[in-house]
Ligand binder design. Structure first.
Ligand SMILES: Nc1ncnc2c1ncn2[C@@H]1O[C@H](COP(=O)(O)OP(=O)(O)O)[C@@H](O)[C@H]1O
Ligand SMILES: [Mg+2]
Length: 233
């Protein structure tokens, strides 16, 4: 579905991504892990068009996207939920969620889809008419994900969705991601390697702008020695 071929990104004359090639299949969940500064967010931003690659090509269903602007890629269903839950604090929870339904396909199903996300996140339903700025960190993250879901994504990219959350909320976020299986493709960037492996089909580990490891998640989950090495890098 998504094909990244030999992509490099240079920022301020530093190469932050080097020769990345990666495919994401239909309905596949791919986890990307790696330490701070490895280039994970830059890769997601390059996929959605916020950052320009200096080399290589990205295609969606065999159609090159390299000349498409971020809003055009979003129109095709490539949705990026940035790290640090960028919600609109002075708008209500419901207004934030409805903003997600900007795609033509999604506008007609806004009521159905908001009902689905409210049943997924009952806390958001309770706070529907509250200003989003009054939510807790976990609830804001749920809101950011819910807004992404309202757009009926083809590829949903979540950047560190569990960062800074209490373990129980983290579990809730991970099980939400698992429930996306079979509906669309997902790329999740996560520091919590074990958590990410449990919800993903395939795992990538990045270091200094390169992919240094690519494995099926169930396989890597059994290989504790490699996981320890990755964590202890
Ligand atoms: N806006 C920017 N301008 C220049 N360099 C940047 C910018 N954003 C990130 N970088 C650099 O790119 C590298 C990768 O950053 P990033 O993709 O945010 O890593 P990660 O998400 O894995 O922590 C880092 O060295 C960072 O300093
Ligand atoms: Mg990042």
């Amino acid at each position: 579905m998504l094909k990244i071929s030999d992509v490099s990104v240079v920022r301020n004359s530093n190469t932050v991504i080097s020769d990345i090639s990666l495919n994401v299949g239909d309905n596949e969940i791919v986890a990307i892990s790696g330490h701070n500064g490895a280039g994970k967010s830059t890769l997601l931003k390059t996929i959605c068009g916020l950052v320009r690659q200096s080399k290589g090509s990205i295609s969606l269903n065999d159609v090159a996207m390299d000349n498409l602007k971020p809003d055009q890629r979003a129109g095709l269903g490539i949705i990026y939920v940035q790290e640090g839950n960028r919600i609109f604090p002075s708008m209500t929870v419901l207004e934030n969620i409805e903003l997600g339904a900007f795609r033509k396909d999604a506008r007609n199903s806004i009521e159905k889809n908001s009902a689905v996300v409210f049943s997924m996140f009952p806390k958001l339903a309770e706070r529907k008419h509250q200003k989003a700025g009054t939510l807790s960190g976990g609830e804001k993250q749920m809101l950011a994900i819910a807004r992404g879901l309202l757009s009926e994504p083809k590829l949903l990219m979540l950047d560190e969705p569990s960062l800074g959350l209490a373990p129980i909320i983290k579990q809730q976020i991970f099980s939400t991601i698992r429930s996306m299986k079979g509906r669309f493709s997902v790329i999740i960037v996560e520091q919590d390697i074990i958590g990410a492996l449990k919800v993903s089909d395939r795992a990538i580990f990045m270091q200094e702008g390169r992919i240094i490891l690519e494995r099926f998640s169930t396989e890597l989950l059994k290989d504790r020695q490699t996981i320890r090495k990755l964590i202890g890098f």
